[in-house]
Design a binder for this molecule. Sequence first.
Ligand code: NAD
Ligand code: LMR
Length: 330
Amino acid sequence: MTTPVHVTVTGAAGQIGYQLLFRIASGQLLGPDTPVVLRLLEIEPAMKALEGVVMELDDCAFPLLAGIEATSDLDVAFNGTSWALLVGSVPRKAGMERSDLLGVNGGIFKPQGEAIAGHAASDVRILVVGNPCNTNCLIARSHAPEVPADRWFSMTRLDQNRAETQIAKRVGTGVAGVKNLVIWGNHSSTQFPDFANATVDGVPVVDAVNDRAWLEGEFITTVQKRGAAIIEARGASSAASAANAAIDTVVSLTTPTPADDCVSVSVTSRGEYGIPEGLTFGFPVVADGVGGWSVKEGFEIDEFSRAKIQLTVDELVGERDEVVKLGLLG
Ligand code: NAD
Ligand code: LMR
């Protein structure tokens, strides 16, 4: 049997954890030929609930599930891990912005960064889901300088999926036809879902939709505020769609990206498209399928887009300044 890959999920007894673990164990994260060991991290008060989740995982008798380690010890949770999915943290409530969580959640990511640096496998890759995910990713990365910057990701894929559906519905076609839809910047209400570079069934979205006012207005705000709309409707933040986007992100980063497409994921800026170096920023990314990726070149940025991108840059710079003040940056 192939050597199992260790996958860590933090906050494993939470809402997203419950939607994510069974899909990983069934092979949807790493494919039907890769056995996995799940390393599940929770805080002490949630260990009992996690025990129940582990019982359910056992009861599924997943052939690919080679082991489960449920723990509240960070070093154990990240020991030998190749994929660390950092979900565990507090979700926002109605009326809050995700950045309001920085003071509550930011502190979680310093020790996790240190434990990843100390115990993870040499090929570890990290996807931060817990909000505010871009800046939490920055915090964790700053405490793990040994782990190369290109291994750190935070999740803007849920926003991409949301944006694709809005476009497909508007045009009256399937989501599979929507390509090159990048979410620039922060997973927050300043993100810029870029319709200008996207295509639908091979036609520029701008032409297929033929309603610039809708694209510049309702389309952008619907995507930016979708998380809040779900909290308002459900009384709890998105979980199944968030877990689905986490799976999509890992799959997209581990399979070659088709030439006419990109994946939206936040990565460490190396100054591409004039974005300040070091921010964890949503870019159009292409993966080579063997662990490498790059920011896709050639996206056109007009005056409208540049102004939108600047807003989200400014917000992320502000969040970085705040975590410096909080003493959370390594
Ligand atoms: P939840 O409250 O249902 O679960 C969170 C779990 O994390 C809980 O079980 C809690 O015990 C655990 N936890 C708290 N502190 C921890 C720590 N220090 N170490 C390990 N575990 C810890 O929340 P949820 O709905 O699963 O959401 C989790 C996070 O994901 C929230 O911050 C939410 O805002 C975020 N989120 C992000 C996206 C995205 O697109 N990036 C989408 C949806 C939700
Ligand atoms: C989402 O986008 O659904 C999550 O980030 C949860 C939230 O707070 O909006």
